[in-house]
Write a new protein. Structure first.
Length: 211
């Protein structure tokens, strides 16, 4: 029995708190959603409405780069600055955070994407009224041969923050370190209200330049 599981059992913190729970919004999930839901309701039912819920929303828009990727017939490179709007949109999303912001992606942001992350987090530190410190959690994948230096990423993100930033936010940065599977999701989730998800990495030269 793994050590953590043994500890949970000893402390009366078993993975399941009893009966399976049901969520009224889980009626028409995909087979992937159903699989995730079944694990949550059976093994983490004691955290229902606390750490997880089944929710439904609506698609606001579709973001893709280059924007004319599916309508262009020629093979000419996009014009300079063709998709500089995307980092700005992500910055605006992060800056909306009132309680928590979770960001998952394959590798660290750079260029305009890094600036967007920094500016979004800085905007949180400049909010005048917050009930509790805002939690920002960033998780990266584990590209083979390219381990993420989380300490450096934190230093980059907090470099230009105001002196009282520690009173406004809690910043967590982590990376998958072992195993043959890595986090390849691209998600920015804010307060359980906003979700940006898809397949877009946050690499400036690869997505915003002529490539």
């Amino acid at each position: 029995m793994p050590l953590f599981r043994r500890f949970r059992k000893k402390m009366g913190l078993d993975e399941s708190s009893g009966e399976e729970c049901e969520d009224a919004s889980a009626g028409d999930l995909s087979y992937v959603g159903t699989a995730a839901y079944n694990v949550l309701r059976r093994k983490h039912n004691h955290r229902h409405h606390e750490l997880w819920n089944v929710t439904k929303g609506k698609v606001i828009r579709l973001d893709n780069t280059p924007r004319d990727a599916f309508s262009r017939d020629d093979r000419v490179d996009p014009v300079e600055g063709h998709d500089d709007w995307l980092p700005k949109r992500l910055e605006e999303l992060i800056s909306k955070t009132e309680e928590w912001c979770d960001i998952l992606t394959l590798g660290p942001p750079d260029g305009m994407f890094l600036d967007a992350f920094k500016n979004g987090i800085k905007a949180l530190c400049e909010k005048e009224f917050i009930l509790n410190r805002i939690v920002v959690r960033i998780m990266f994948g584990n590209i083979v041969g390219q381990p993420v230096n989380c300490t450096k990423i934190i230093a980059d993100l907090v470099k230009d923050l105001p002196p009282n930033a520690g009173d406004k936010i809690k910043l967590w940065v982590g990376s998958w370190r072992k195993g043959v599977t890595w986090n390849h999701s691209k998600i920015i989730a804010v307060d359980g209200k906003y979700l940006w998800t898809g397949g877009h990495n946050f690499w400036d030269r690869h997505y915003l330049r002529k490539k």
